[in-house]
Ligand binder design. Structure first.
Ligand code: ADP
Ligand code: ADP
Length: 253
């Protein structure tokens, strides 16, 4: 079975008397070690899908399983920055990387401390933490000298690498990346794309890669979910969804 299986995913937001349907009846899968893109206009529900899969809020209806573990559905939909909705085995298996790496990096913590935090929260010993931080820093090409620095002293690209390193610390099988390149210049975007592709190949990590940028998604995803204004427009292999030559797609939706 696929790593992530989503069927009938539905989410409404209620504000007073107004109800917005963000996602209705969405079905998709992410295979083990697969990169699946999510594209669509602003407001099409991309972040809603990402935060639900990352466990930051619950769906109203539908079913989601990750490596066979079911997600809770329904109940209160309180969006946050941790994953209180998920059972411990799910929390370790899925991690979120945001557009703004500051969202996952505490300015008062060194890079080492930021990457180490999830490990410490899981009760790892100091020696195991040191070893694991060095390992993920190596995988994400974070230079050792950066480990003792604070986020303020880092470039945008370095911060995003470190946010990715932190997300990888507990060895997740799926990383949800919500517009991870949006705050970066084009050269740095290419470096982060190459990093994600290398992590997919060496660690077998799967990614749900959310972006408004078709060019970026075409260059990274094996399959793409295109969210339309009234539900799903299309899901398919990248070359089928983007029927024109890849180089044509450099703009936004
Ligand atoms: P995208 O990431 O594609 O821009 P979102 O998932 O953020 O889309 O939003 C989908 C729809 O849900 C939009 O109409 C948006 O205004 C609405 N929405 C998102 N979050 C909330 C919220 N917390 N409260 C009310 N409406 C929301
Ligand atoms: P749980 O979250 O279920 O308590 P973990 O998988 O986080 O379990 O790890 C439990 C213990 O095993 C930790 O104390 C940690 O030191 C050790 N451990 C697990 N994986 C590794 C690893 N890759 N490298 C070093 N130590 C590890």
């Amino acid at each position: 079975p696929p790593l992530l299986e989503v069927t009938g995913l539905t989410k409404h937001y209620r504000r007073g008397r107004r109800t917005t349907t963000a996602i209705e009846g969405l079905d998709f899968t992410v295979g083990e070690g697969e990169i699946v893109g999510v594209v669509g206009e602003s407001g099409s529900g991309k972040s809603t899908v990402g935060t639900i899969v990352a466990g930051l809020q619950t769906a109203d209806a539908g079913s989601i399983t990750l490596a066979g573990h079911p997600y809770p559905v329904g109940g209160r939909h309180r969006a946050g920055t941790t994953a209180p909705h998920l059972a411990p085995e799910l929390r370790r298996s899925v991690q979120l990387v945001f557009q703004d790496p500051f969202a996952s990096l505490n300015p008062r913590r060194t890079v080492f401390q930021s990457i180490a935090a999830p490990l410490e929260a899981h009760g790892w010993s100091r020696a195991a933490v040191r070893e694991r931080v060095a390992e993920v820093a190596r995988r994400t090409v974070v230079d050792e000298v950066l480990l003792e620095r604070y986020p303020v002293a880092l470039s945008g690209g370095q911060k995003q690498r470190i946010a990715i390193a932190r997300a990888l610390a507990l060895g997740p099988r799926l990383v949800v990346a919500d517009e991870p390149l949006a705050a970066l210049d084009v050269t740095t975007q290419v470096e982060i794309i190459e990093l994600i592709l290398s992590l997919q190949q060496t660690l077998g990590t799967a990614f749900l890669f959310i972006s408004h940028d078709l060019g970026v998604v075409a260059s990274i995803a094996q399959r793409v979910i295109v969210l339309g204004p009234d539900g799903v427009a299309e899901i398919g292999r990248t070359e089928q969804v983007f029927t024109e030559p890849r180089s044509e797609y450099t703009g936004s939706l």
